[in-house]
Ligand binder design. Structure first.
Ligand SMILES: Nc1ncnc2c1ncn2[C@@H]1O[C@H](COP(=O)(O)OP(=O)(O)OP(=O)(O)O)[C@@H](O)[C@H]1O
Ligand SMILES: [Mg+2]
Length: 641
């Protein structure tokens, strides 16, 4: 490095110190010399940056008071020209000494840059210990996530640049580092294609799951028997499904929801213990949709463990209305999952959900469809929750859990993940449009817990004043000095005619120190696209306000890889239904069959019209209504037990 610079220095000195030239034209030749030298230095710096010596290039930029390669090279070129031109003029008067001083200055900056590990150089993550993500900015130093296992939170309104400026660069670097894990792609296949490109040619196998394009979806069974170690897993799976189907009702934890959950958990656990080959969500859902209440209860009660699990419902079996209410509520919720496509995807076993083992390292992308997100969210949440549980174990490969538009999923106990993830080397990335979105799904307390456990935080443009104020508060206040100058003129009185009038001028300056927000809420609301402020842990610079670069995409199209004809999908659906009928033992009672549109058909209930109808009539998307309207009577029943 020193040799070329010396040579450059000599060339530059001879160009910029033209003793033989006419001194009148010295400035002109000095400018020509400066332009040529600046061009050479700039080209070398760009080259070094590209071929893997960014720290050396950074030294050159530091010599012209830039932190790193700027977004526009014209910027640094202009500075180089100015520096070399001024220096060559100085050279003229100092007989060449200034040229050597400048060379020394360059060498010092390169030395400083090499010996002080910069924040601003892209260091692809390598292995668990050195894992870091670097996000390039267009202004000032880049932002480095020194320890991604401390968790990363990204908030920003729609179009603020979360995906393009932060999530995609993280995926690209995770691919280079060979991180295993799970990615939730709300707008499938945007991130899926980025994963496909970033992980191409690596040792980590990408898997893709979605429910709209079956030829580009692997099949996955998050309720495979080996994944359900205890009944608690079945209960949690049921809670995940029900909560995602109706978050509000689930928060209220009313009797109907709880009983529905218990029934689903009972079916899952029954299948796991007695028919492990058939244990899947479609089979459990079908058990509830296809069976009459007494038959299903009788079947489930054959198993001792399941009998205990569903004890609360079984004891209500004396009250026909209550049982009918529980059944219709849960059938109504589960009806939306009763489609051949969902059954197809959720009943195969092509994805090893132990994604971070050394034997089968994989990265799973689960895609949603914004138009049908509420239908698919329960399934996706179940898959993601199961994958997270399996990832978060000791002694496994480091992994990534990346959830874009995370509040569209409800994952039980998610707040605890970042707390344990650090030691288990799970890097959590949680992106939301606004904190309010998180609170709507869970609770204020839970969303604060999630936030508190994510060490790196990025806050982008928002229209929510509360969020903007929160960001402003996070940055705190600074003392600002305010100076004000007052000037005055005065003229002496004209009353005394023997004394000539005089004019005086006075100026006074006052200095006051006031506390002001370091980052004002209004500024946060006016952030540009890709502009974020926030905090990073375990990096040299704990807080930042930067505009990030939209990195060139690595996305590649995912070619169809799965054979899934309409006929195959339909046959799979029919086969699951037949198996379930065989299990519950009612192949011979077609009258009870639930159509695929799966509106639950209840036997008439002997009750005064108003309330009982609410049990029997199953409305689409009942949310608050069905359980609430029937709540009054239900309570009566419950109290009688
Ligand atoms: N750093 C950036 N510089 C310039 N343009 C950007 C930058 N980041 C994003 N954009 C552009 O802004 C648009 C929105 O970006 P992006 O999809 O990343 O937003 P988002 O916050 O993820 O939005 P949403 O919440 O709707 O998913 C894209 O068209 C993208 O090209
Ligand atoms: Mg996005």
């Amino acid at each position: 490095m020193t040799r070329p610079l010396c040579y450059l220095g000599r060339t530059y000195a001879s160009l910029s110190y033209p003793t033989a030239m006419d001194s009148t034209f010295h400035w002109f030749w000095a400018l020509v010399g400066a332009l040529i030298t600046a061009f050479v230095v700039q080209s070398i710096a760009v080259l070094l940056h590209r071929v893997g010596f960014p720290v050396v290039a950074r030294g050159a930029y530091r010599a012209v008071l830039l932190e790193d390669e700027p977004a526009s090279l014209v910027h640094s070129f202009g500075r180089f020209v100015l520096l070399f031109w001024l220096n060559s003029l100085l050279n003229h008067w100092t007989f060449g000494i200034a040229g050597y001083l400048l060379l020394a200055w360059f060498l010092y900056q390169v030395y400083h840059s090499v010996t002080n590990p910069p924040e601003s150089t892209i260091q692809p993550a390598r292995g668990a210990q050195g894992l870091s993500f670097t996000l390039r900015t267009t202004n000032g130093p880049n932002v480095r996530l020194g320890n991604p296992f401390r968790g990363t939170f990204i908030a920003g309104g729609a179009g603020s640049g979360k995906s393009k400026s932060i999530i995609e660069p993280i995926i690209q670097q995770a691919g280079t580092a060979g991180l295993t894990g799970v990615v939730y792609d709300f707008k499938f296949p945007t991130l899926a294609e980025e994963v496909a490109g970033s992980y191409a040619g690596g040792s980590v196998t990408p898997y893709f799951v979605n429910f709209t394009d079956l030829t580009r979806s692997h099949r996955v069974n998050p309720l495979a028997p080996q994944l359900l170690a205890t009944a608690s897993f079945a209960r949690e799976a049921a809670a995940t499904i029900i909560t995602n189907l109706d978050a509000k009702a689930a928060q209220q934890r009313n009797f109907w929801i709880q009983s529905g959950e218990v029934l689903l958990a009972g079916c899952i656990w029954y299948l796991r213990r007695n028919h492990p080959a058939q244990c899947s969500l479609p089979a459990a859902v079908s058990m509830i949709l296809e069976s009459a209440a007494p038959q299903l209860l009788a079947t489930l009660q054959q198993d001792e463990e399941v009998r205990g699990l569903i004890a609360s419902i079984a004891s209500a079996s004396k009250s026909e209305n209550t049982i009918a209410g529980v059944f219709s509520t849960i059938q109504n919720y589960l009806a939306v999952l009763n489609t051949p496509e969902i059954f197809w995807v959720m009943s195969g076993d092509q994805v090893p959900l132990d994604l971070n083992t050394r034997e089968t390292p994989g990265v799973l992308v689960v895609g949603n469809d914004p138009a049908l997100s509420s239908t698919f969210s329960p399934l996706i949440s179940l898959i993601v929750a199961t994958a997270i549980k399996r990832l978060n174990q000791q002694g496994r490969l480091p992994s990534l859990v990346l959830l874009d538009e995370a509040p569209t999923l409800f994952i039980p106990n998610f707040a605890q993940l970042p707390a344990t993830a650090r030691s288990n080397q799970v890097a959590t990335v949680y992106a939301v449009q606004d904190v309010a979105q998180m609170e709507a799904l869970t609770s204020r307390q839970e969303s604060e817990m999630i936030l508190a456990n994510l060490g790196n935080q990025f806050w982008g443009r928002t229209t929510n004043t509360a969020t903007a104020e929160r960001v402003s508060k996070m940055f705190g206040k600074v003392d600002r000095e305010y100076r004000s100058t007052t000037a005055g003129k005065s003229k002496s009185s004209q009353v005394n005619i023997f004394k000539p009038s005089t004019r005086t001028k006075s100026t006074s300056e006052s200095v006051s120190i006031q506390q002001r927000d370091k980052l004002e809420a209004q500024q946060v609301m006016r952030f540009g696209v890709g502009e974020f402020a926030g905090l990073v842990v375990e990096s040299g610079r704990p807080e930042f306000r930067s505009t990030f670069r939209a990195e060139p995409t690595k996305a590649v199209k995912i070619a169809p890889f799965q054979e899934a004809s309409a006929e195959q999908v339909r046959q799979n659906f029919a086969a699951i239904k037949a198996q379930v009928r065989a299990i519950v033992g009612r192949e011979t009672s077609p009258a009870q069959e639930v159509p695929d549109s799966a509106i639950a058909q209840k036997e008439p209930i002997e009750q005064p019209a108003q309330d009982s109808q609410d049990f029997a009539i199953v409305k689409k998307a009942p949310t608050d209504q069905a359980p609430n309207t029937s709540h009054q009577e239900a309570d009566d029943d419950v109290n009688q037990w």
